[in-house]
Design a protein around this ligand. Structure first.
Ligand SMILES: Cc1cc2nc3c(=O)[nH]c(=O)nc-3n(C[C@H](O)[C@H](O)[C@H](O)COP(=O)(O)OP(=O)(O)OC[C@H]3O[C@@H](n4cnc5c(N)ncnc54)[C@H](O)[C@@H]3O)c2cc1C
Length: 454
């Protein structure tokens, strides 16, 4: 059949884009080979944050004594935690399905691949369209570790399908996915060991931020084997043995691999369509999402990063305008914030100090322990710190990083400020509500000499 637009993949960009294009009168085909809603809904954000909430409830109950509340033994009903997660994922997935059926578009629940220029085969049928949008996302990367093919291992999807809590979970990878899973399983009651060749957890962060998280993890009893490379893995179900470059061996009941992501382009037939991939398999696209093939665009994780739901969703918004000739705002010149949903959360926007130095950007910086915030003391959430970088010439904020309670919410104050191109003075002049965590952001900015009360 002939369509106006074929969207391959029902990810965070594909669904709203397909729905809105259909709403604007286009004939749209959306192809999805697995569950509707993609990674975020099924194996990413939604299930992890749902289970992390259960893990935090266990932690709060266990540590309530600090606030003078005694609890008896805390028991985690792991199957109930997983059932709750499944119910929430199902309701999101049903929501996606309802959204799609509210629009007149064709949904094909099958693998799609290019068989020619703007020709896509889905479930044995070949379709053509003037415009094809690739939104196929990414999946876990399998690191080249000797023996990995011979032992059972988990990834983010299968780890959340377990019905029995691992006795000892060995995690490869200390990025945000590894950190979130590590702390979550520790709080459920597993022993947890995290191994990574980088010297720090979340190694892209300023070392101070990473060190603060490492302190929390160690206090919670997570064993960190940082700066150590995994060389070989052996064993069998329930008895995994990982050998590190140092010669050390780590033994665990389960292995979870969270060492990165790879794009779902290996079986997409990009060569048939003239779509160029980079050496890691990511689709090469320009600022306006155009690939090397006329009429073929790419959005979301398949572009190689930053790989976040909000970025993919924003891609849909920008591409929708481009396709309808309503705007030409590009993807490169965007502010992309992020949060790791560890506890405390780690959030950032703009440049951090390490990046600013590397790029030779002039800045004035202030930092403040999270424990200096009144609210943090009152609720006993004192771990962490906040940092802000300001351009000395314009007083505009050029970056902020926070590790602390609700850092993922707090960072939005800086996101809005940077997006508005406003001076940091706006924070100084405003009245912030007492006692809130956000009030700490004002104190932080006022640590800069130019804004200090003398
Ligand atoms: C464990 C984990 C936690 C995460 N937590 C967060 C978070 O807290 N916040 C955040 O912002 N981001 C988070 N992410 C990242 C986020 O999930 C992704 O950035 C987001 O889902 C990207 O969406 P996408 O639109 O690129 O595609 P995806 O959501 O990956 O969807 C792609 C879809 O395409 C389908 N597909 C692939 N190939 C084909 C084909 N050939 N034919 C048909 N269909 C195909 C796939 O089945 C999939 O459904 C997390 C990711 C993981 C793994």
């Amino acid at each position: 059949m002939t369509f106006d637009v074929i969207v391959i993949g029902s990810g965070q960009a594909g669904v709203p884009l397909a729905a809105r294009l259909a709403g604007s009168g286009k004939r749209v085909l959306l192809a999805e080979r697995h569950e509707l809603g993609g990674t975020c809904t099924n194996t990413g954000c939604t299930p992890t944050k749902t289970m992390i909430a259960s893990a935090r409830a266990a932690h709060v109950a266990r540590t309530a004594g600090r606030l003078g509340v005694r609890t008896r033994e805390v028991e985690v009903d792991f199957p109930a935690v997983v059932d709750r997660k499944d119910a929430i994922v199902r309701s999101w997935r049903d929501g996606v399905s309802k959204r799609l059926s509210a629009h007149r578009l064709t949904v094909a629940r099958s693998h799609a691949r290019f068989v020619g220029e703007r020709k896509v085969e889905v479930g044995g049928e070949v379709h053509t369209a003037e415009t094809v949008v690739i939104n196929v996302g990414a999946r876990p990367l399998v690191p080249p570790i000797d023996g990995l093919g011979q032992v059972p291992w988990l990834d983010n999807g299968s780890a959340m399908r377990l019905r029995k809590l691992p006795e000892h979970l060995l995690l490869l990878g200390a990025g945000y996915i590894g950190c979130e899973f590590g702390q979550m399983f520790r709080r459920f009651g597993s022993r947890v060991t995290i191994v990574d060749p980088a010297e720090h957890l979340l190694s892209r962060e300023d070392p101070e931020i990473s060190s603060a998280l490492e302190g929390v993890f160690r206090r919670e009893g997570i064993q960190l084997e940082l700066g150590k490379k995994a060389i070989q893995v052996s064993g069998r179900a329930g008895e995994i043995v990982l050998r590190l470059g140092s010669g050390q061996e780590v033994r665990a009941s389960h292995l979870l691999v969270a060492t990165g992501r790879r794009p779902n382009t290996d079986d997409l037939g990009c060569d048939k369509a003239g779509v160029t991939l980079d050496d890691r398999g990511y689709v090469v696209a320009d600022d306006q999402y155009r690939t090397s093939a006329e009429g073929v665009y790419a959005v979301g994780d398949v572009l190689g990063g930053p790989q976040f739901t909000h970025t993919s969703w924003d891609d849909h918004r920008l591409l929708f305008d481009i396709l309808l000739g309503r705007g030409r705002r590009g993807r490169r010149d965007r502010l992309i914030p992020y949060t790791a949903f560890t506890d405390p959360q780690v959030a950032g926007v703009g440049l951090n100090e390490k990046e600013a130095r590397m790029r030779g950007v002039k800045f004035e910086a202030a930092s403040m322990p999270f424990g200096d915030v009144a609210r943090a003391l009152e609720v006993d959430e004192t771990d962490g710190l906040m940092k802000v970088l300001v351009d000395p010439a314009t007083e505009r904020v050029i970056g902020a990083a926070i590790i602390g309670a609700e850092a993922g919410e707090l960072i939005h104050v800086f996101i809005a400020l940077i997006q508005a191109g406003a001076s940091a003075r706006a924070i100084v002049d405003a009245e912030f509500v007492h006692p809130t965590f956000a009030e700490g952001l004002q104190s932080l900015v006022m640590k800069l000499d130019r804004f200090a009360l003398h």
